[in-house]
Design a protein around this ligand. Sequence first.
Ligand SMILES: [Fe+2]
Length: 272
Amino acid sequence: MHHSSSEVGKFATVFENYDNVETPIECELRGTPPKFLEGTMLRNGPGMFQIGNDMYKHWFDGLAYPQRYHFQDGKLFYSAKFIETNDYMNNINNRTIVTSSFGTYKFPDPCKRIYGRFETKFDKGDADSPAENPSVSFRQHGDGIYACTESPILYRIDPDSLSILGRLDMSQYVCVYTYTAHSNSDYEGNVYNIGTKFLSTHPEYIFTKTMNPANNPNAKNRHTCEDTRIVGTVKSTAADSPCYYHSFGMTQNHFVLLEGPVRISLKDIATR
Ligand SMILES: [Fe+2]
């Protein structure tokens, strides 16, 4: 990347492409880590912005690149690996950016599968699914570690190898187009989240609860999200523009959503 301003140059260095580090490397330590420090910390984030001659322009668009910091016997090991999502593989195989992302979002209608009667003109891409580049955060459902972005598509990954264990579309359980990466949880490990539903309806914010499968002896496995239900809905104050949100608050009895001035213009999406 070439930028004349040094400030832009500094910013540009974060828009780099990184390489997989699949075999954990031992890090050089300064000082002595405390003996009790054992375990793994995962951090999510973008790690690839350029594919062929094509370039993502927004920080949110870089391809998901989980990094693993593993403490063991007073040593620290580092590894990192791109999540080989459908979007990732499409991009790599075509050597260009072929999938939509935060900057150029595509909203196929996930409700179609649930209700089977909505028409959508948004599904004009090659793929039949929303953007799937879970580069924002991790969420835990039972023993499952899920990489998330602001869509209902989650990827469950192995916290040791960083490989994909499963792909999950939450919109098979609740009809949401967007689904924030920053959920909250309670003391029982149940997960609360908020999504937005629009098209064919006045936009609504959908509040969901996913029961912790580890607490359910009848659950089909210990990471399933199938016990997900809607616990509340609130209509957007504007019929043509639900707000964009990145997270929400939660108290013992309430969800707290600030409906800010940054809006998703449905008209712009529909006429694009
Ligand atoms: Fe965030």
